[in-house]
Design a protein. Structure first.
Length: 101
């Protein structure tokens, strides 16, 4: 099995996982900016508290937060994973967001 084939299986699994997680989204969910700020530890006082209170109840936002933390990690440790793979994942993620708007 070649690398290209592995990649397409991987992408297919990612796509399915993203589609499943989207169904858990609620109207109270945090937007991606808030999740980004929270992941970087840049939310304070009421905003931070509100985000924390929502996060303990919401799988969707926990998933978004994890994805965001992973992305931040790979941005800061660029040798950990190929840049190509990160770009493909980000592409898939964006595609998914656009489809759900
Ligand atoms: Zn949520």
């Amino acid at each position: 099995m070649g690398f290209r084939r592995d990649m397409s299986i991987f992408e297919e699994k990612m796509r399915t996982a993203l589609e499943e997680i989207e169904t858990l989204k609620t109207p109270e969910c945090l937007d991606s900016v808030s999740i980004g700020l929270f992941a970087e530890g840049r939310l304070f006082s009421e905003e931070k508290q509100r985000a924390e209170e929502h996060l303990v109840t919401c799988l969707y936002c926990i998933k978004q937060l994890n994805d965001m933390k992973e992305m931040l990690y790979y941005e800061r440790h660029p040798t950990g994973i190929s840049q190509k793979l990160v770009e493909r994942l980000e592409g898939l993620y964006r595609e998914q967001r656009v489809r759900n708007e």
